[in-house]
Write a protein that binds this ligand. Structure first.
Ligand code: GLU
Length: 500
């Protein structure tokens, strides 16, 4: 079998949407699994909406996700260029072929006229197909009108017959005869656009997509289900050129919590925002993969959780059969859960490295501490957060020299039994010097209890409150060695003074 070739073909009209990221990821997984090639193609023929800015954002978001491709606008490759706006002259020859074979005709109907026709057809309860006005013009008439300076696009004569698609997700899809009317393959150029060749107009998505998928030798097209209605038009074009179409997999929609197509209204939708907020790309991708794909039954991921799959597990288990027909609902709570799972289980040094920027943004000077110390801090607090960006807040205790006493901790410190406990703790800490080692910390509660005569909750609560200013948080025996003797004593003093 020839090498698998797939593509991700974004239109650069904004940031990379999580839905787009999922499409990209499925293509990426399939290419990796099959030892194939992933092509990044920029579909920027809608020049009024496409920007280089957006293309840059999409490229950097792909990088942010840690995904790669083997051919693309920035990498080049055997089928360069990979931006449709740079392939215009290539398309011209194929448009001419269609013209020579009378598969297309000049259409002089303006957008306004077409809208009127569409509305009129809909009022009559008819499918708003193009009504064929210009299909009946002779070539000579058309030429004369062009010579008079009238503007035209080229419209494809849609064969009136049923098309069948064997889709990897949807199964057998039947496009009934008459579903699609004659459609444009080129349009009149817009502002700042030029005809790709005289009398040929400017090519549109459906046309360019087929040309490129064919010329770039795509074996599979994995894309969103909303393109199904384009697919039938594209099948017609493959047929007109006598080309074999690629295999298709139309993946189900991603819905928001409101069960509508996921959009800005229902929350964050850009990859950039998620990663900035402190979602790990690995967690986001794992989550997105399961939003529309299901691994084979019975697999046992190393994580111990059936839904937490490592990148290599995702690759080795990926198959088109696992793609689901039903739409996936973007459940942000599940994503948060998954993110916290990844934060807890990723190698500590890696989490610490990625979290550093958030500490800096929060204004903490990590330079004052050793790397080892910083790692210890992250280790102690990472179980408490959902996002990387929450780590500085969770680690506040270790980084802030002026602790703050929370009201419920103040209540604890003012219990009558608390004073002897804290006094005993201070005395114990002062009875030794040097770093606070685990062994000393382990022995501390017993000694304090013996000295103060207090046990259980009444012992532990004031100890915690006096050191952290809070009644909840990581275990005290994890906190104390990181803070160190001096700092613990200073904190107790500061918090006690706030309790009075
Ligand atoms: N440029 C199209 C989009 O961004 C992709 C179409 C396709 O994958 O064929 O939706």
């Amino acid at each position: 079998m020839s090498q698998i070739r797939v593509r991700f073909a974004p239109s650069p009209t904004g940031y990379l949407h999580v839905g787009g990221a999922r499409t990209l990821f499925f293509n990426w997984l399939f290419a990796k699994k099959m030892g194939g090639v992933l092509v990044l193609r920029i579909e920027d023929t809608d020049q009024a909406r496409s920007t280089r800015e957006s293309e840059k954002m999409i490229l950097s978001d792909i990088q942010r996700l840690g995904l790669d491709y083997q051919e693309g606008p920035d990498l080049g490759g055997p089928h360069a260029p990979y931006r449709q706006s740079e392939r215009l002259s290539l398309y011209a020859d194929y448009v001419r072929q269609l013209l020579e074979q009378d598969r297309v005709y000049y259409c002089f109907c303006s957008d306004t006229l077409l809208t009127q026709k569409r509305e009129a057809a809909m009022k009559l309860g008819r499918t708003p197909h193009y009504d064929g006005t210009c299909a009946r013009l002779s070539r000579d008439e058309a030429k004369a009108r062009l010579a008079r300076g009238e503007k035209a696009g080229l419209r494809f004569r849609a064969p009136q017959k049923t098309y069948i698609l064997q889709d990897h997700v949807r199964g057998r899809v039947e496009f009934k005869e008459g579903m699609v009317g004659d459609f444009l393959v080129t349009r009149t150029p817009g502002d700042g656009e030029k005809e790709i060749a005289e009398g040929i107009g400017f090519p549109v998505y459906n046309f360019c997509c087929v040309m490129d998928d064919h010329l770039m030798e795509m074996t599979h097209v994995i894309r969103a289900e909303e393109h199904l209605s384009n697919t039938v038009r594209q099948l017609m074009l493959y047929e007109a050129f006598g080309w074999t179409p690629p295999e298709f997999a139309h993946i189900a929609l991603v819905l928001g919590p409101d069960r509508q197509k996921l959009s800005k209204r229902s929350g964050d939708v850009s990859v950039y925002e998620y990663v900035e907020k402190g979602y790990l790309p690995e967690a986001l991708l794992n989550f997105l993969a399961l939003l529309g794909w299901w691994p084979p039954a019975g697999i046992k991921p190393v994580s111990g959780h059936p839904e937490v799959l490592s990148m290599s597990e995702l690759i080795s288990n990926f198959n088109l059969e696992g793609l689901q027909k039903a739409p996936g609902v973007f459940d942000v709570q599940k994503l948060q859960w998954m993110n916290s799972f990844y934060i807890r289980s990723m190698p500590l040094a890696e989490i610490a490295r990625r979290a550093r920027i958030y500490f800096e943004r929060a204004g903490f000077d990590l330079g004052a501490h050793s790397e080892e110390w910083y790692h210890q801090v992250v280790e102690v607090v990472r179980g408490e957060v959902t996002l990387l960006s929450e780590l500085p807040q969770a680690a506040h205790l270790f980084l802030d020299a002026t602790p703050h006493l929370e009201p419920d901790a103040k209540v604890v410190l003012n219990e009558p039994s608390s004073a002897p406990v804290i006094e005993a703790m201070v005395a114990e800490l002062k009875s030794a010097s040097g770093p606070l080692l685990i062994e000393e910390v382990d022995a501390l509660p017993k000694k304090v209890s013996a000295k103060s005569g207090v046990k259980g909750k009444s012992l532990y609560m004031p100890l915690r409150a006096a050191v952290t200013g809070k009644v909840h948080g990581p275990e005290l025996k994890l906190i104390l060695p990181i803070l160190g003797r001096e700092s613990v004593l200073k904190r107790i003093e500061a918090l006690l003074s706030q309790s009075r």
